[in-house]
Design a protein around this ligand. Structure first.
Ligand SMILES: *[C@@H]1O[C@H](CO)[C@@H](O)[C@H](O)[C@H]1NC(C)=O
Ligand SMILES: *[C@@H]1O[C@H](CO)[C@@H](O)[C@H](O)[C@H]1NC(C)=O
Ligand SMILES: *[C@@H]1O[C@H](CO)[C@@H](O)[C@H](O)[C@H]1NC(C)=O
Ligand SMILES: *[C@@H]1O[C@H](CO)[C@@H](O)[C@H](O)[C@H]1NC(C)=O
Length: 400
């Protein structure tokens, strides 16, 4: 395991401008997918008002599988337990793999608890759920000042994303969140989270994907087009450098910060032969971290679609679809070929496929995600759209 050090916001901006300034033909030129955004849809971070209304009407009609997923949400301890108490700290100290852990696990659990209660609120309209989500958000925004140690950027990414999702649902639903409390929450996002994620990262690709997800989600909540556009630009360059397509040629796309073939192969964990579309930069590391990256690509695509640009319909979607099928085939029993990661994979993919699968298979009606479907749907026996609301509550707690 490589140890990483925190990139200060300044140094990561310097690295970025150096890479952009270099006229290195190996680095990708902008694909033109990126649309600068200055108008906003709310609630607009992963779940739109239409989706809320649809989910509510299915629950009201006791439709399967929506009702079962909703009941499972209500059974989560954080939702069912009326005495849930958040544990905020002024400085969240997160080392590599969250050691030390000063408030890291608590921050992830509390933000997820707030999110789960916000979801329960928008479906049930029970005020007690809204009150608990608001209480958890307020308790952190009146306490936390910053994050430090080596995992601070990724931690800020995981949690910043969940805060923004929760804030959107509560703010735009007449939940009783006071203006002064919203102001404090905005200050918290601007000062304790955004500076840690806005510069991106040249570490393993899941970092930049998670961090840009958070920066864009907070950008929507804060209506900050500078933050949104800066992060989208990094994201748009990162995705082709994270997922390989055979049409890229004999080597993957170079990410910023990497300029030689040897460095590129080392970045891909020593993989030097590229024979199938969908392989990812962290495939030979393990599928757990690869899944974090793929989940963030789906999350950003989901958000961007609501905001007006459907990335699933672009080459970003092509790469995501390829990666979902490529990785899930090995979980469904296909032998790992000898050219790939010396024939051995760490098959630790977590529940990170639902949102992308749902977009392609349910919404876009693709019938060619066979392995993704087996992996995503069969273990749980419910359609993925619902796990979107249900399983989502587990995602960040699995990030440790
Ligand atoms: C409810 O939450 C409180 C405070 O966080 C905790 O001490 C208690 O164990 C929880 N109860 C259950 C049943 O989970
Ligand atoms: C993080 O902040 C805490 C509290 O201010 C401090 O005690 C600790 O030394 C800091 N750690 C690092 C690695 O900067
Ligand atoms: C928007 O975000 C950027 C990047 O974090 C920041 O520099 C800028 O001050 C923010 N703008 C406002 C109006 O807060
Ligand atoms: C999957 O099906 C869709 C819709 O027919 C098509 O656009 C896409 O290219 C297919 N993907 C692959 C990898 O064949």
């Amino acid at each position: 395991m490589r140890l990483i050090s925190i990139l200060s916001i300044t140094s990561s901006f310097l690295i970025r401008s150096a890479a952009t300034a270099r006229s290195d033909l190996k680095h990708p030129t902008p694909t033109g997918l990126f649309e600068r955004r200055s108008t906003w849809v709310h609630p607009g971070v992963m779940i739109s008002q239409d989706q809320i209304d649809y989910f509510k009407s299915e629950v009201a009609a006791s439709s399967s599988p929506w009702l079962a997923a909703y009941d499972q949400l209500l059974d989560q301890t954080a939702v069912a337990n009326a005495t849930y108490t958040p544990s905020p700290v002024p400085t969240v100290v997160c080392g590599s793999y969250s050691i030390p852990d000063v408030g890291c696990s608590a921050e992830r659990e509390d933000s997820l608890a707030a999110y789960a209660n916000a979801l329960a609120w928008i479906v049930s309209e029970e005020q007690s759920y809204a009150d608990r989500a608001i209480d958890i958000m307020n308790s952190w925004s009146s306490t936390v000042l910053t994050h430090n140690d080596s995992n601070a950027p990724i931690q800020s990414g995981w949690v910043g994303s969940i805060w923004a999702r929760t804030g959107e649902l509560i703010r735009y639903s007449d939940a009783g969140w006071r203006t002064s409390e919203i102001d404090d929450f905005e200050v918290m996002l601007r000062t304790a989270y955004m500076p840690l994620v806005i510069g991106g990262s040249t570490y393993n690709g899941n970092w930049e994907l998670v961090m840009t997800e958070a920066a864009m989600f907070m950008g929507v909540f804060l209506e900050n087009s500078t933050a949104y556009n800066t992060a989208m630009e990094l994201f748009e360059a990162r995705v082709p450098a994270y997922i390989y397509l055979t049409s890229d040629g004999s080597l993957p796309v170079y990410p910023r910060g990497i300029s030689t073939e040897a460095a590129l192969i080392s970045y891909w964990e020593g993989q030097s032969s590229f024979e199938a579309s969908g392989m990812a930069q962290e495939t030979c590391r393990d599928l757990e971290h690869t899944g974090y990256g793929l989940a963030s690509i789906a999350h950003v695509s989901e958000m961007s679609r609501i905001q007006g640009t459907d990335l699933y319909q672009t080459s970003i979607g092509t790469r995501l679809q390829a990666a979902l099928e490529f990785h899930t085939q090995f979980l469904e029993g296909i032998d790992v070929p000898s050219w790939l990661c010396s024939g051995t994979l760490d098959l630790t993919l977590l529940s990170t496929t639902e949102i992308g699968f749902n977009a392609f298979a349910t919404r876009m009606d693709y019938n060619n995600l066979t392995y993704t479907e087996e992996w995503t749907v069969s273990p749980y026996g419910i359609a993925s759209w619902v796990k979107y609301v249900n399983k989502i509550c587990f995602l960040v707690s699995q990030h440790s």
